[in-house]
Design a protein. Structure first.
Length: 159
């Protein structure tokens, strides 16, 4: 049985973006494209309606590329349990209210029992301090926290 991975919107954005001149962004784009094309097939990949909606935002051409990449991926439900967990993360000061979508991504991946939450969001989701605090809060509620990581960390994509 393959591991499950919730693909957060930042991954899709890096995958479908026009090549960047910024060296860090360009590297992340390349890593994401390699993961998407080479490693993704080893996982059961999922998204949520929030990912679909966020992918539709912005430049129409880029939004179409993001939507095309998402086509056919199973969509996880945003239900009462995910809303409640997201609210808990915000009320507990783990995710700022201004970034409520980040809490929803974490909650969807958690409630649906994903093995991994794949993201390039290092501000509110994928940094050492936040991962530890998020994990502790989630486990205190009786859930198992998915492993939060970037495409570079998941799947053995070689540079």
């Amino acid at each position: 049985m393959a591991f499950s991975v919730y693909v957060e919107t930042s991954v899709i954005s890096y995958y479908a973006a026009r090549p960047s001149q910024d060296i860090v962004t360009a590297a992340r784009q390349t890593i994401t494209q390699e993961w998407w094309n080479e490693a993704r097939g080893r996982y059961e990949s999922y998204i949520s309606v929030l990912v679909v909606e966020e992918a539709k935002a912005g430049d129409a051409v880029a939004a179409q590329r993001r939507s095309d990449a998402l086509s056919g991926l199973p969509i996880l439900e945003i239900n009462d349990a995910t809303v409640s967990l997201a609210k808990h993360l915000i009320d507990g000061g783990l995710i700022p209210e201004t970034s409520a979508e980040d809490a929803v991504h974490i909650a969807v991946a958690t409630v649906h029992g994903m093995d991994f939450l794949l993201t390039w969001n290092f501000r509110h989701i994928n940094n050492a301090e936040m991962k530890a605090r998020i994990g502790a809060a989630i486990e205190a509620l009786g859930y198992e926290c998915p492993i939060i990581c970037s495409p570079e960390e998941l799947g053995g994509v070689e540079s």
